[in-house]
Design a protein. Structure first.
Length: 143
């Protein structure tokens, strides 16, 4: 069976070492969440995780999922690609949805949302991400 969702707003992200598919239904102002059990040849096996799990994850990621980022070249709406731990702190990886292979951006989770990572730690944060998710990093040319 091959199922397609009728929304262009489909986002794959990793949260707490679990790969998720988030569907955003703009007209309904609704977010649906699935766990990706397997990904093979461009197809995904999805599992509905239950309402309690969905509520818990959305409560955690909804305030930080979309972020307006400003670079010297442009300002754009970035998408959360992954959360991971570095020295007992939650780090966030974002990407530009128009050019997801061009660059990724790292931030630290803070009480207010996201915060810039100290320059002295940035390289180690990137290395931690590469070590945890090598299969995703190979597509990115610039960090």
């Amino acid at each position: 069976m091959n199922i397609r969702f009728q929304t262009p707003y489909q986002y794959v992200f990793i949260h707490e070492d679990i790969k998720h598919l988030l569907l955003l239904w703009r007209k309904k102002h609704k977010w649906d969440l699935y766990i990706i059990e397997e990904e093979k040849d461009g197809e995904m096996t999805l599992r509905f995780p239950g309402e309690t799990y969905i509520e818990m994850v959305l409560k955690d990621i909804e305030p930080i999922f979309f972020q307006r980022l400003e670079t010297p070249e442009k300002t754009f709406l970035a998408i959360l690609g992954a959360t991971f731990t570095y020295e007992d702190r939650t780090m966030l990886m974002y990407y530009d949805p128009e050019y997801p292979e061009e660059a990724i951006y790292f931030f630290e989770r803070s009480d207010e949302g996201i915060a810039e990572i100290d320059e002295a730690e940035y390289e180690q944060v990137v290395q931690t991400f590469i070590n945890e998710f090598p299969e995703y990093f190979k597509d990115y040319a610039n960090v």
